[in-house]
Design a protein around this ligand. Sequence first.
Ligand code: TEU
Ligand code: CA
Length: 506
Amino acid sequence: MPQTWWRGAAIYQVYPRSFADGNGDGIGDLGGLRARLPYLKDLGVNAIWLTPWYPSPMADGGYDVADYRDIHPDFGTLGEAELLIGEAHALDIKVIIDVVPNHGSTASAWFQEALADPAKRDRFWFRDEPGDWQSIFGGPAWTQVPDGQWYLHLFDPGQPDLNWDNPEVHEEFRQVLRFWLDRGVDGVRIDSAALLVKSETAFEDIDGVHDIYRDWRRIADEYPDRMLVGEVWLPDQERMARYLRPDELHTAFNFDFLACPWEPEALRACIDRTLATHLPLDAPPTWVLSNHDVARVVTRYGRAETSWDHGNRRDGVPADLELGYRRARAAALLAMALPGGVYIYQGEELGLPEVEDIPDELRQDPMWRRSGHTVPGRDGCRVPMPWSGEEPPFGFGAGSPWLPQPETWRKLTVEAQEADLGSMLTLYRTALRLRRDWLGDGTLSWLEGRPDVLAFTRDSGLACVVNFGPDPVRLPPHGSVLLASGPLDGGELPGDTAVWLSPRTP
Ligand code: TEU
Ligand code: CA
């Protein structure tokens, strides 16, 4: 089996706007991120993935890209991006960027040309009459331009869908890929990867999309050790796996796992399904607990219903955060022990909860506007990181952060958690250190036992045991305890707790 870095990598998702602010304007930037690279090194991740950093009117947090070959001035310059890539590499951290091929921005040169000249509209989806599709953020997916035509936007009106029936669009993205691969990026995350090709009646997972990724794979393969990871939200794992055929994408996000409730039977079925679809393709699975589009895991797992559903976000549904925190710790050990790669969304390692009381007038997610102010949306998982100190901005930067941080985050800052051996940050650091020697790519063998316990061993001999039940359970035979997500109870594993066991005595 080829051993390349991405097969077993721990990849940390940076949402640049909210990670660290270097120049004090309240908005995270590349200067802030570069200064915090040592933090990521100490955390022990193998790679970072940055959500879009391009010039953009920010109609959708930068997923409305106006220029794929430059950096948003709020974040810095192309020169700084190049420095960042070099500095990350010097610390042995790979860099993955986000490419958004399904749609551009109304502020892009292409869209401006299309507006000015109806003969230049074939790069987008212009029609004389609107269709009846609804936008994923709510409201109609068609918007009228002054001369009467309509354009398609599956997301915000600021994000016109590109027409992948036009060869010019293919050529543009080939060049964009090369532009960044030439600058040393190690991987590309492909936004909304299943939506690019459309028919007149459907836009999800249409067969022609696979030809695009075959083309992209040929480009990536011209460079040593680069990877493509697809954001493929499809309910069906079999359909999803088609994107991972040997001549297409290297990996995809496992949203089946993210959406799965915190229940042993459902999780076991999800894990088995994942392995069954990935292993025959020799594609490493990925394990994802959260990202910038979903409620924070501490909050999600503290609710009575722990599954995730984009259509029913359960914003504001009461959550037992203590319970959610305990489960999030156990889930972290589960996700990091499973075969393949793991994604960690910034703040997950601090156990940040969803912020549910952002004042309405500060909300920026287009989902809030487009839903007629009925769906609060995704701002609550995008609140700037708390680094240090006793009050906001908690070391995020000198200025007031673009979204307010809760006062209660004083207990959750990096500074507070570094000093605490029982903190979430310490758990993540320890787990990521152990993971390098014991875990990552490979397979697992289930240890059969009680229905409310999931237990398996890995190729290295490490056993991971998670107890979902109410009562403590005895540990299987082992040499020593490597790490536990919570205190063991007289040698037994309490409910909502996970443990990593070594076959060897220390
Ligand atoms: O998300 C694409 C997507 O398919 C949606 O399900 C989305 O996750 C949304 O949150 C619905 O609840 C990607 C990005 O991750 C997201 O941040 C962008 O808003 C979207 O594409 C458009 O570029
Ligand atoms: Ca800034």
